[in-house]
Design a protein around this ligand. Structure first.
Ligand SMILES: Nc1ncnc2c1ncn2[C@@H]1O[C@H](COP(=O)(O)OP(=O)(O)OP(=O)(O)O)[C@@H](O)[C@H]1O
Length: 363
């Protein structure tokens, strides 16, 4: 068992800057929990606080009810049974693969036979048994990353922390390593906290994703939930592509200038509903269809992404909408656009532009 409970966590550095501010979270036992956020939002600092490499200035961290960090409490890093996988592998160049993996057990004073057996088991898990006698320099980047993963597992970790472990690898290797992480996670069952600023990676790996902004979690949700039901304009814009349109909500429908009424997606239990009236309508490209009968628009941009084109369209009313096309579409072309559904968000800055408000103003 390893459930992490984080309450009111804060970290202020000596220079007065605040990397973490009032962060609350529960990371469930055995969960693959991904923290996704822009550069500088505090991801690495959060991981270092959980590992015990930094001391929190506010709040508490507990694992299964045992305090790790809090007022007057700071459990040493080596007593937390936490394993690490960093972007930069951090392997000892003079040791063999097996010795690197056995190192945490050696540091913990385990007898030689025991640590060798443990290393062999963990190398087996990551599929590196044939390379046990090599040195890190004789391995590919992906293999080195697997050594780092095996070492984290061999540290008898109940919690595995990974800080952008795939950032240095090429796209093919990344995809293979993602599979590897998931497989090892399924076998080992350690609670895993994984940091990335790569959305695709986050979506593929996570049981739940926390979007981190300005030192706290803006939303924590399953990948699908986060994509289709973001709780704010900031989260919606950070995750994937989409357009925010000035709209007026009435029950399950929204009015957007130039379009027939647009059905709204059902709400989410943990996202506060948007009341009737002016709001923003967030529309993902997958909800936009091109074809005759739609609102007239012009293609502003068309970016080929292999198989599909990502389009930005501007309607004759001046609204910009993101869309996808499988056939050839070129900038400047005229198209018809319709919106199948959307997600309402509070967007006070758009209220003045919403159709009902405009009609009232014009009346
Ligand atoms: N030791 C330190 N002293 C002062 N400020 C720090 C220190 N470490 C980090 N910071 C600041 O805290 C903020 C969060 O840093 P952190 O490394 O946690 O961000 P991050 O989300 O991991 O960023 P990236 O994705 O770029 O690695 C940044 O503004 C950073 O400059």
């Amino acid at each position: 068992m390893a459930e992490l409970t984080i309450t009111g966590l804060g970290k202020r550095f000596d220079d007065g800057s605040r990397a973490i501010a009032g962060l609350d979270a529960t990371i469930r036992d055995g969960e693959f929990f991904v923290v996704l956020g822009p550069s500088g939002c505090g991801k690495s600092t959060l991981l270092r606080l959980i590992a015990g490499l930094e001391t929190a200035t506010e709040g508490t961290i507990a694992c299964d009810g045992t305090p790790w960090s809090g007022p007057g409490v700071h459990l040493r890093a080596e007593d937390r049974r936490v394993g690490f996988v960093f972007q930069s592998y951090a392997l000892w160049p003079h040791m063999t693969v097996a010795e690197n993996v056995a190192f945490p057990a050696e540091a913990a004073g385990r007898p030689r036979a025991e640590r060798e057996a443990l290393a062999a088991r963990c190398l087996e898990t990551v599929g590196l048994t044939p390379h046990a006698a090599r040195r890190p320099a004789e391995l590919s980047g992906g293999q080195r990353q697997r050594v780092a993963l095996a070492r984290a597992l061999a540290s008898d970790a109940r919690v595995v922390l990974m800080d952008e472990p795939l950032a240095n690898l090429d796209p093919h290797l990344r995809a293979a390593m993602e599979e590897e992480f998931l497989r090892v996670h399924r076998v080992g069952g350690a609670t895993t906290l994984y940091i990335t600023h790569d959305q695709r990676e986050a979506m593929g790996l996570a049981d739940r994703i926390a979007v981190m902004m300005d030192g706290r979690f803006a939303q924590v949700a399953a990948p699908d939930e986060l994509y289709w039901r973001p709780n704010s304009v900031d989260v919606a814009r950070f995750v994937g592509r989409g357009a925010l349109l000035p709209a007026t909500r009435r029950g399950g429908l929204a009015t957007v200038e130039g379009f027939p009424e647009i059905p709204l997606r059902d709400g989410a239990p943990d996202v506060r509903p948007v009341p009737d009236g002016p709001c923003g309508l967030f529309v993902r490209p997958e909800e936009v269809a091109l074809g005759a009968g739609g609102a007239p628009a012009r293609v502003l941009r068309a970016t080929y992404r292999g198989g599909v084109r990502e389009l930005t369209l501007r309607t004759d009313e001046g609204l910009e909408v993101e869309a996808l096309a499988t056939g050839p579409v070129a900038p400047g072309e005229r198209v018809g656009v319709s919106i199948r559904s959307g997600w309402p968000l509070p967007a006070p800055e758009l209220a003045a532009l919403a159709p009902a408000a405009r009609e009232r103003a014009e009346a």
